[in-house]
Design a binder for this molecule. Sequence first.
Ligand code: ADP
Ligand code: MG
Length: 397
Amino acid sequence: SQLPLIPVATPPVWLGVMGGGQLGRMFVHAAQALGYKVAVLEPEKNCPAAHAADHHIVADYNDQAALAELGQLCVAVTTEFENVAAQSLAFLAERTIVAPAAHGVSIAQDRIAEKNFFTDCSPASKVLPAPHRLIASKADIDAHSDAISAELLPGILKTVRLGYDGKGQVRVRTLDELRTAVAAFGDTDVACVLEKMLPLAYEISVLVARGVDGATVVYPIAENVHRDGILFTTTVPGPNVCADSARKAQDAARVIVDRLDYVGVLCIEFFVLQDGSLVVNEMAPRPHNSGHYTIDACVTSQFTQQARAMARLPLGDTRQHSATVMLNILGDIWFVGDGKQLREPAWDQLLALPGACLHLYGKAHARRGRKMGHISFVAPTLAQAQQQLAVACGILG
Ligand code: ADP
Ligand code: MG
């Protein structure tokens, strides 16, 4: 691993984070609770993490003077989103500890590199990605139309880079629809991957953390429901999750995180198909929306775990102490009436519900599809948590 002789970084030294969104904000809160000072590098002045950070460097993610300042100030730096240029992380790594390292982040930035990596791991991980093919241009479709029709349609076309929350992807049933979709993404300008549409039974994610010494901890399996491509709820323990697929996914996650020689928190998404088989979908080199449940339902949250890994502290206990359901709060619920008026949701009513843990991200403006916050319900039993969630959905409308 990188720089194995550097000692533990104990509070009150500085930790740094690239990116100022809600993941950065929750990281700031967790690291500050441990007694660290936290600096955020983010170009947007009025961002969620800046409101909480001890220091905000307002600059682009590839601004060398800003990166040098962050590297100088902080004993370790992490990233809250995977699209920080690998060069920026490499530049930082010449000055301070960077966790996760550029290598793992750059694989996660590229769906083809990610699928190739998962395939390379598969003899040990025992799990493969969905059948897929790189579509770099319309010519690729014509050259392989028979194989595409036979093996990959109906399918989902995804941009190789920069897709998230279902953005940058479109479902296609025929070669003609595929051609139209490739043209809409900009033909030869935007590389895409075509994936076979799989018959999903349910979706799960595994949060895993690895320390610089190679110690690895895995969180309980999260079961995720998406709506319009965006995470809607995470339930733990997942009502559909069987012990067999849970163990297989956790074993695969350990292989993957080791193979990357990764340091920090990594989230891996899997599909469980209707025949019970497991498929690996994608990974995020950071804490993840489906891991927010750990804040209120586990001994060590994913954000505290990230700070521990960066600082080379022993990793924290991943034990879940409460059953939980997490609901994402999107900007859509601010819009009422004809959709032109905005009103703040009834937070006081939500907070009156037993087991309610509300997290708002301090975003100035609500927009449709924008993640404004989340609420977790914790309870002794999953049925109780789900009952409170149902009441909350009624309040939020
Ligand atoms: P994103 O980066 O937007 O999260 P994903 O690859 O995770 O992209 O796709 C978003 C969602 O679309 C998945 O959570 C799943 O519900 C659905 N999906 C993606 N790929 C497939 C597939 N090959 N077969 C069936 N459903 C899929
Ligand atoms: Mg996803």
